[in-house]
Ligand binder design. Structure first.
Ligand code: GLC
Length: 625
């Protein structure tokens, strides 16, 4: 099964090669060119993977396999050339200056500055720079932020997902970044997992179809300078871990997937087959274990299955300091196990010297073969040549101004609308009429909170409440929707006991932002305040609608009885008008549950096919209206 390699990349000649060939002209011309072009860097001094490999020292190869979180070299950019660092990343929230946020042009300036510094190395090999644009380029202020994957899974619309990811591709390119640690093709089986919302749903075919669409959206049909390299993650069975086996303080995240190989191959492996068929450029290894052995040292599943049986020839990257969780008495021993298991790029992401020194010493001691190192570096260089980074190492500023454009936001709004799942609609309360002249009361902690509406991985790693970027809250959207009509809307916030009444009440609440293991939750209950607010609104209006903004199913048995209509909104992102589009009938409700909705948390894990359990709503449920 071929990997993402465009055959020409390995043997392709870069324009720099032509220039270097005309030595006489070059000697006269290049210095003039360099002075004239402010963004020009020292030209690469190797022009194909094999040419670079033939010239590289062991230390330079080790540097090429090293990925560093950018704040670690922010004040020492010379280290990039000195150590021949192959890759940088911005971990969640690591924007320009190491701070969260930053505009697209600030990100692009940061990227170009690092790239210029890196290309001053002896061979001038360009960096590849990674980021988690997991629901749009969500680290960047003003970027278009889409529904998280669980909402995209509810759309059952891979074409829309591809369109959305293509927009994310453009917005990522607008900041210079060339590598996206997305899509997560996790198959979350226990919704108590804090990363449930990063998956498209609980069945492999949903993760496969949406994962494939995402890879195509990010990369196009072949890798080139218009691509952003995609990453299928986290290999493998990250969503199949057992409650109570989580790493450190986590209850389930990074835990142990205790299952037969048959179940692992049936449930968790298919999305990787699909992503590889779509030529995914990289695969990220999971923190989790399979039957007690960490994936970061799993020779069988990485070398034999991923690289052997699935014939994967892209880049296999570790997760954040994932090597440090491998059994071993020293970093060098842990690292050796990971690299020998098949990992190519190491997301250190801090102590890059230790990483480089460890690789060199392990090779010199004969515990890692030169052959293995050359294979890893070949994969990395092939990716860089395929993406034409040697020819076009700097930001293409044509994309920068379009970050967060109205055109992009319209697609996100469409995705929000299609992701909404109507769980209850007694008396056909929905859709409302904007011209009904009715009095509408809106409340709940999420009704006017953009940060809650976006969830985790938004501007910061964990996300936060408030107006952390540009977007439209549900409350702002409903005001716009009813502007100029006889329909009055009143905002009651989170107060209860207030003296108000109305024809229609709309409560918007649910989860506050979280990411990864910080979101592991053993009860999935709404907060008492949420329930109180919902009851208050419903007691003071003739009919009431509940809109649950959450990264997963929650236990809503009582609240479902209280409200006349109930909508699962997931984590919609910046375009709250997608929610009002279905509430007011501009778009039909068409979303379908990507996960089984439990009637009790004790039912977890509960998934399609668990016939012995009686869920509140089955996988695929969703009313039409
Ligand atoms: C995190 C996540 C992974 C992410 C990486 C870089 O710990 O597990 O999904 O891509 O680190 O931010």
């Amino acid at each position: 099964m071929a990997g993402p390699r465009a055959a020409t990349a390995r043997s392709g000649r870069s324009p720099w090669f032509a220039a270097a060939c005309s030595a006489t002209v070059g000697a006269l011309l290049l210095p003039l060119l360099a002075a004239a072009a402010p963004t020009a860097a020292a030209a690469p001094r190797c022009d194909s993977t094999e040419d670079c490999l033939a010239q590289m020292t062991l230390e330079e190869k080790a540097g090429q396999m090293t990925q560093v979180n950018h704040p670690n070299v922010m004040d020492n950019k010379e280290a990039l050339a000195e150590y021949g660092i192959g890759s940088l990343l911005s971990g969640g929230g690591a924007g320009p200056g190491g701070e969260a946020g930053g505009t697209a042009s600030e990100w692009a300036d940061m990227y170009d500055e690092y790239q210029r510094a890196a290309m001053k190395s002896r061979l001038g090999i360009p960096l590849i720079y990674g980021v988690d644009a997991v629901h749009g380029h969500s680290n960047v202020e003003g970027a278009t932020i889409f529904p998280h994957n669980i909402g995209l899974g509810a759309t059952r619309n891979p074409w829309l997902v591809r369109k959305a990811q293509n927009i994310t591709r453009k917005e990522v390119l607008g900041t210079g970044i060339d590598w996206n640690f997305a899509p997560a093709v996790s198959v979350p089986r226990d919704d108590r997992w804090g990363r449930t919302y990063e998956g498209f749903g609980e069945v492999p075919w949903l993760a496969s179809s949406m994962g494939r669409a995402s890879v195509r959206g990010f990369q196009g049909y072949r890798l080139d300078s218009e691509s952003v390299a995609a990453t299928a993650k986290h290999y493998v069975a990250d969503g199949g871990t057992t409650w109570g086996t989580g790493e450190g303080d986590y209850q389930i995240d990074q835990g142990n997937a205790q299952m037969s190989e048959r179940e692992l191959r049936r449930i968790h492996l298919p999305p990787y087959r699909a992503a590889i068929r779509a030529d995914v450029a990289s695969v990220m290894i999971s923190f989790s274990s399979w039957n007690g052995l960490k994936m970061h040292q799993h020779e069988y599943l990485v070398n034999d299955v991923l690289k052997g049986e699935l014939d994967y020839d892209g880049v296999v990257i570790s997760d954040w300091a994932g090597v440090r969780q491998v059994e071993g008495d020293s970093y060098a021993e842990k690292l050796r196990k990971s690299i020998n298991a098949g990992l190519d790029m190491i997301m250190v992401p801090n102590d890059y010297k230790q990483n480089i020194d460890a690789i060199v010493s392990e090779v010199r001691a004969g515990r890692i073969s030169e052959k293995r190192i050359n294979d890893a570096v070949r994969r990395i260089l092939d990716l860089k040549f395929d993406m034409e980074l040697f020819e076009e190492p700097f930001t293409d500023r044509r994309y920068t101004d379009d970050v967060g454009s109205a055109k992009h936001r319209r697609v996100a709004r469409e995705a929000v609308a299609q992701s909404q799942v109507l769980l209850k609609n007694d008396g056909n309360v929905l859709p409302l009429s904007r011209k009904s002249g009715k009095d509408i009361v809106v409340g709940g902690k999420t009704a006017d909170n953009l940060g809650y509406q976006m969830g985790g991985w938004s501007i910061t790693w964990q996300g936060s409440g408030g107006d952390t970027t540009e977007g439209t809250t549900f409350w702002e959207a409903i005001q716009a929707e009813t502007e100029g009509t006889r329909t009055d809307v009143e905002f009651v916030g989170t107060e209860t006991g207030g003296d108000y009444s109305g024809d229609i009440g709309i409560w918007v609440g649910g989860e506050t932002p979280y990411a990864e293991g910080f979101g592991d939750d053993g009860d999935l209950q709404l907060s008492e305040a949420d329930t109180r607010q919902l009851n208050d609104i419903c007691s003071k209006t003739d009919v009431c609608i509940a809109m649950l903004v959450s990264g997963r199913p929650m236990i809503i048995n009582e609240e479902l009885k209280t409200a006349d209509a109930f909508v699962a909104s997931w984590l919609p992102g910046t375009e709250g008008a997608g929610m009002t589009d279905v509430v007011f009938g501009h778009e039909r409700f068409r979303g379908r549950l990507p996960v089984t909705w439990p009637s009790s948390v004790d039912q977890q894990p509960i998934n399609l096919g668990d016939h012995r359990k009686d869920p509140l709503f089955r996988y695929g449920y969703g009313l039409r209206r």
